[in-house]
Design a protein around this ligand. Structure first.
Ligand code: HC0
Ligand code: SF4
Length: 573
């Protein structure tokens, strides 16, 4: 410990803290704008400055280590004035169209300027000319709102290990974007959206698609089906004031019902289908000397990552479409046939925690006979906006249920939304198949949790199955390098592009740094899924009666010819 004086009081604090952390541990808050714990600790914005006795200039507290005997003032007039000047200068060069900005009321610049009591901006002058790029299907980049905090740069480079975004140009023209400011459409960006969820302002946002959904709902000729991804229910509540980690499945169903969809179904059901297809594919590869390890293919950001960076390893990917697209393909074939509806009149909307899904649905091969699997994909955040626009009082909604048929799911389908969930779901089914039993233990805890890479050996019917789970693409690269070097003896690998898996996807509600710095939102949201799984009676995909029916009445066997036509795909080097 060291002794440090903050605002006239002495405190003993651990010696490895920064002044910012030390102050916060003793209940003294210092405002920040660029700081994001473990991700962006660079002292760029200087909103967190403090006065340190003996130092002439004010110091950025987020990168200033505590020292024995240090005397710090965090909130005198000099400090406050400096912070105001800093924020005013940022605002002077910021496109302040708050009333129409999608981040209004969830903007850290707005909050800090309000907290500092900024009422007018003393600096006027040239504004940097912004670049507006909405050419990709996933991301809109509006550099007129960028405040150069560097968080997106750090998230992309240090968390994801990718490095699409960086500071470009010089001096007054400095901005953040892809090299040469090419469109995000033309950069090898995986559209994971991890840059978006750390952006404190509206410089990086999802490509909006709500209008297409409203239009479809108004169109009497369209039969509009919605599917909601596993992780949506673990986070949607945050948009309506619920604590992080609250499961809102029932209210989600009611909200979708009120919006007027013809059917409200669940991607979880398709996740169960995926387990049947992918599990069977794995057993086939194990028995027939196929390419191992087999790697999951459901996270579209991850698929883009391997296509761009490890094209030589593409034959390790499962040929399964993602549950999102399996759902769409089956809605427009199985459901259409059972209900006598022309597939061309069916409009499938997906609600996803993901921004990469918006691009996935546009992949040319993800259609059956010219009919797109999925027509529109919106994020959890966009669904929240629709609910608000429809003026529903979310907290007053009764708990509803999804429609039967493609809305019935097992616990295995639910946990897909957390890192390790697909693996656990697969093991539950593969273990039953290999042993020929209905195994009682379904909790494979070794693959749960937020550790970056998890490895486990599961003994099934006397055979050791070696598995690995990685989340975020930096960890994925570690596994891929091992495979490439011939040093990996896994049979099956799960990879999700986002840290924590889909619960922390780029389309989820955005929590400000003040929350992210103290709460592991990945772990909290994952708990919401594991508890729903534990509460369900059917927890294995192959035990879901609606899955049995799908195969009995329509597909035949998993990996059948028909299943291949509808549910499997290919990749591009
Ligand atoms: Fe996921 Fe999925 S689990 S990728 O994270 O597999 O987005 O939630 O919908 O498709 O099911 C996202 C979440 C999905 C898919 C499923 C998979
Ligand atoms: Fe990087 Fe992902 Fe953002 Fe693309 S979407 S710039 S890969 S963090």
């Amino acid at each position: 410990n060291v002794t440090i004086t903050i605002n006239g009081n002495q405190y003993a604090v651990p010696s490895d803290l920064t002044v910012l952390e030390a102050a916060r541990t003793v209940g003294i808050d210092i405002p920040t704008l660029c700081f994001l714990k473990d991700i962006n600790e660079v002292g760029a914005c200087r909103v967190c400055v403090v006065e340190v006795e003996g130092a002439r200039a004010l110091q950025a507290s987020c990168v200033l280590p505590v020292r024995e005997g240090m005397v710090v003032k965090t909130n005198n007039q000099r400090v406050r004035n400096a912070r105001k000047t800093t924020v005013e200068l940022i605002l002077a060069n910021h496109n302040r169209e708050c009333t129409t900005c999608v981040r209004s009321k969830n903007c850290e610049l707005q909050s800090v300027s309000e907290e500092l009591g900024i009422r007018d901006i003393r600096y006027t002058g040239a504004k940097r000319e912004g670049k507006y790029d909405n050419f990709s299907h996933s991301i809109v980049r509006d550099s007129s709102k960028c405040i150069l905090c560097g968080r997106c740069v750090s998230a992309c480079k240090n968390v994801q290990g990718i490095g699409i975004l960086d500071f470009v140009n010089r001096g007054f023209e400095t901005t953040v974007g892809p090299a040469f400011e090419v469109s995000m459409k033309d950069a090898p960006c995986i559209y994971c959206g991890q840059c978006m969820v750390v952006c404190p302002v509206g410089a990086l946002t999802e490509k909006p698609a709500i209008d297409k959904v409203w239009d479809a709902l108004e169109d009497p000729k369209k039969h509009v089906i919605v599917q909601s991804a596993p992780a949506v229910r673990a986070a949607l509540g945050e948009e309506f004031g619920y604590p992080i980690g609250t499961n809102v499945t029932g209210k989600l169903a009611s909200a979708l019902r009120n919006l007027g969809f013809d059917k409200i179904f669940d991607t979880n059901w398709a996740a169960d289908v995926t387990i049947m297809e992918e599990g069977t594919e794995l057993l086939g590869r194990l028995q027939n000397g196929g390419k191992l390890p087999m790697i999951t293919s459901c996270s579209p950001g991850w698929v883009r990552f391997i296509e761009f960076n490890y094209p030589d390893l593409l034959d390790h990917l499962s040929s399964c479409k993602s549950p999102q697209n399996m759902f769409g393909a089956l809605a427009k074939s199985y459901y259409a046939e059972k209900n006598n509806i022309d597939p061309k009149d069916i409009f499938v909307v997906s609600v996803m925690p993901c921004t990469s899904k918006k691009s996935e649905i546009e992949r040319p091969e993800l259609a059956v006979e010219g009919v797109r699997d999925v027509d529109v994909s919106i994020t959890t955040r966009e669904l929240a906006r629709m609910i608000k626009e429809a003026r529903m009082e979310f907290d007053k909604l009764e708990d509803g249920t999804f429609d039967p048929f493609m809305g019935d799911y097992s616990g295995a389908g639910v946990i897909f939304g957390a890192t390790g969930g697909v693996m656990e779901a697969a093991i539950r089914t593969v273990a039953d198949v290999l042993t020929g039993e209905d195994l009682e233990n379904v909790d494979y805890t070794a693959v749960r949790g937020v550790e970056g890479i998890k490895e486990a050996t599961v003994n099934i019917a006397g055979k050791d199955i070696k598995v690995a789970v990685a989340h975020n693409t930096k960890n994925a690269a570690i596994i891929l390098d091992k495979i490439r070097a011939g040093e990996a003896d896994y049979h099956f690998v799960e990879i999700m592009a986002c840290p924590g898996g889909c619960v922390n996807g780029g389309g989820q509600p955005i929590q400000p740094a003040s929350v992210r710095n103290v709460i592991d939102i990945r772990a909290e949201r994952a708990k919401a899924l594991y508890s729903e799984d534990a509460a369900l009676t059917v927890r294995k995909s192959h035990k879901n009666p609606e899955i049995k029916r799908l195969y009995d009445e329509y597909l035949g066997e998993p990996n059948s010819h028909k299943a291949h036509d509808l549910l499997h795909t290919h990749y591009y080097a």
